[in-house]
Every structure is written in C-alpha cells, then in structure tokens.
Design a protein around this ligand. Structure first.
Ligand SMILES: *Cc1c(COP(=O)(O)O)cnc(C)c1O
Length: 419
C-alpha cells in the first residue's frame, strides 16, 4: 500500500497481472483445488457473492436472510444424507470448509464424551488415510490421535481400529471416500465399533457428500455410509468441493440436536454481552453462504445428477486409460471420483518425474505419498480434458523413461515456509 491510493484501473490491472501466474483451472487441466461446473453456475455464484459481499454472518438477527439461507442449506444436505427420517432428525450448521467441519466434529465429540462419560484424557481412532485436518484437530483440541493402518485395498483395518479403541476414545473416524486413494471405508463396521464403545463416529464425506447421494440415484453401487448407518453420529460434507459452490462453504451435521449442542460455544462473561458461536469464526463472510444457497438451488437434484453422471463417466475413462498405459496403475478401486495414479514398479518409472513433465503442459495434480503417486479429483470441469490428459500422460511416461527427479516434495497444502 502506498501513501496515496492507486486508481481503480491501476488496482484492477495489477490484480490481473498478478493472476497471470496462477493455475488456469477453466481449461480443465486442474485436477484439484477448483471444481468447475461451467459458466452458468459460476455466474450465479458470482452474483450471489457480490449481493452479500459486505454483510456479516456473525449476527443472523441483523441479517435474517443469512440465518434462513444457512438453515435451508443445512436442511438440504441433511435430507441428501438421509438425516431426516422418522428415526433421525439430523441438525447442523454451515462452516467455512471441510477443515472447520472436522475441527468442530472433533471438538463436539470430545465435549460430548466429557459431559456424558467424564472422559478427561480423550483419544480418537482413525486410519492413516483420514484427512490431515483430524491431526490438526487432535493437536488443537488436545485429543490424542491413535492412527491405524489401512489394508491392501486402502480401507482402514478394522482389527487395528478395534484394538486401538478404549474407554477414553471420544471419536472413531471413517471416510466416504478417503482422499488419497478415493475408497470408502467400511462405515457400518466402523460405526458399530464406535457404538459398542459408547462413543461418537464421524464420517468424513467432505469429498463424497455431494457425489455419493447422486451416484446412488443414478444407480451406481454405493457402500452404506450416511445417516442410514446406525452409529454414525456426525458427517461433514463440503459444498465448495463437488457441490460446486465457491470457497468457504461446508456443512457439519449431527444425528441429534443434543449432539449438535456440543459444537456450540455459549458465553456471557465479558463486557460486550452474550456471545454464542457455532463455529471457529466470529465475523463471518456472507458471500459463501449466499453462493452456496444460490448454487444448490440453481442446480437442484437434477443438476447435481447431470454433473455427477458426467464426473463418473470421466472417472471411468480416466481409470481405464491409465490402466492401459504400460507401467502405470490406479491404486485400489476408487469408489467415486478420486483417482491415485502410480507406477506399477516405482524403481522403473518415477511418477513424480512424470508429473514434472505433465506440469509443463499446464496439468495440475497433487503429488502425494506414501506411496509416490499423483492424485486427480475428477469433476465436471475436468471431464472434457480426460482424453488430452491420457495422451499427455502416455507421452510423458515415454519421455521420462527411467529418469528420476530429486524433488520428492508433495503439494496438497504447502505454505512456502519450512517447518
Ligand atoms: C477437502 C477435504 C477435507 C478438508 O476440507 P477443506 O475444505 O480443504 O478444509 C477433509 N477431508 C476430505 C476427504 C477432503 O477431501
């Protein structure tokens, strides 16, 4: 910021210039981070965001529309996840994203166990495939992490999970699907382990929440994972992933209002009066709430079904194409739209060197390990680019041959600062 302000034109052209180095996700070459449902959806999201650019989600009494929109979005997701039936009345809140939903699920489970069972040295049991946000939550909320291995199909090892659970376990976690290899954990069995231990069970459907329900409607086989599974006490579903809403929108649902109670912070002991909050934030952006309401209402079930159908067809083409390239494999059997690509023999082909070659063509996939692999989140916006991707991948494997790269770094969430 200079002493004198810049002109409007100077500001905007500076922004456009800065942006030129960023990933161009509109071309369909970005298999992570931004999920594109096309111009119409982007337009409605933009207009809704702009309409609520300056409002504050902190106080839904001042902005009743924001309270109403959040309620309606939560209701929509609760219905999608079969949380509103005769035997179930799931309740939740919108959050700013998957990480906030997961942090709050852990906090709620911890506080619930403390209230109901007097647990004072809490632990939670999860697979090594569970999202890093659970580790952040454990660290931030003082919940010991008991990490168990996955089996050869990349799903959590139930025996290991069972052995790790004890009377201080406040939460058992399953993912639908897990991010790294895209498989759904055995949720009914995980929920039964939790239920037998009298504790909470969270299903991380940050990725699957807006995919699996529509896959099921389209007739795809989907293993049980939502509130129809007894013992599941909370579920996170991100609207800003395959819900195609702009960033800043997720939903955390609890099976009952009593369970949700443990998510909320109530306070009346400072000089400013009563303070209640449902999430990590105080002042809260209203744009993402309005955009989430707008995009879900604009698309409707039919819109999501079209997008999921396109996504699943693209995923099938991607998997078949990768398996037809000599030396490459897809890890496990992805249950939805997440695909990990690896060398069959990592000593012969260095998949990170292959990724370097692909990057030159503007492709963006996460580099992840262990094991060394590259990760594609397929979405409607990348569907049209699968053919080009497969031919570039095939060429990259030939080009790279047996050469290797020294760069073993991974890039899901770097911040540019060393530990
Ligand atoms: C994206 C994701 C998260 C974290 O969500 P953010 O919105 O990035 O904070 C958690 N779990 C899974 C499975 C995810 O895909």
């Amino acid at each position: 910021m200079g002493r004198e302000g810049m002109s409007r034109d100077e500001v905007l052209s500076a922004l456009v210039a800065m942006k030129s180095g960023d990933k161009d996700w509109r071309k369909g070459r970005c298999f992570a981070l931004v999920f594109n449902a096309g111009e119409e959806v982007e337009e409605i999201a933009r207009e809704a965001s702009v309409l609520y650019l300056s409002e504050n989600g902190l106080n839904p009494l001042a902005f009743p529309s924001l309270g109403r929109m959040q309620e309606e979005v939560v209701d929509t997701v609760a219905q999608m996840l079969h949380g509103r039936t005769e035997s179930c009345d799931a309740q939740g809140f919108m959050t700013s994203g998957g990480t906030e939903s997961i942090l709050l699920a852990v906090k709620a489970a911890r506080d619930r166990a403390s209230t109901l069972r007097g647990v004072s040295k809490p632990n939670m049991v999860l697979g090594e495939s569970a999202h890093a946000a659970f580790h952040k939550a454990g660290h931030d909320y003082g919940v010991e992490i008991r990490k168990v291995s996955v089996k050869t199909d990349w799903r959590v090892d139930l025996n290991a999970m069972s052995n790790a659970i004890d009377s201080d376990t406040v939460l058992v976690v399953g993912s639908a699907p897990q991010y790294p290899q895209g498989v759904i954990d055995p949720i009914p069995e995980i929920a039964a382990l939790a239920s037998n231990a009298g504790t909470s069970c969270h299903v991380d459907a940050c990725m699957g929440g807006f995919v699996l329900p529509f896959m099921e409607s389209l007739g795809y086989p989907v293993a049980p994972w939502d509130f129809r599974v007894e013992g599941v006490t909370s579920i996170s579903a991100d609207i800003h992933k395959l819900g195609y809403s702009p960033k800043g929108a997720s939903v955390l649902l609890h099976r009952t209002e009593e369970m949700r109670r443990h998510q909320i912070f109530f306070f009346d002991g400072w000089l400013g009066g009563f303070y209640a909050s449902t999430g990590l934030l105080g002042t809260k952006a209203a744009g993402p709430i309005a955009a989430a309401w707008a995009v879900t209402h604009f698309l409707g079930e039919a819109g999501y079904m079209r997008l999921v159908e396109k996504t699943m067809e693209a995923t099938k083409r991607l998997i078949e194409g990768v398996e037809s390239i000599p030396g490459l494999q897809v890890l496990g059997e992805p249950d939805a739209h997440l695909v990990a690509i690896a060398a069959i023999n990592p000593d012969e082909i260095d998949i990170f060197a292959v990724m370097d070659a692909l990057s030159a063509g503007g492709w963006h996939l996460d580099r992840q390990r262990p094991p060394d692999s590259i990760h594609a989140t397929v979405s409607a916006g990348t569907a049209g680019a699968i053919g080009d991707f497969l031919s570039d991948l095939r060429s990259a494997v030939v080009l790279v041959g047996s050469s290797r790269t020294d760069d073993r770094s991974t890039n899901y969430a770097p911040i540019g600062i060393d530990e």
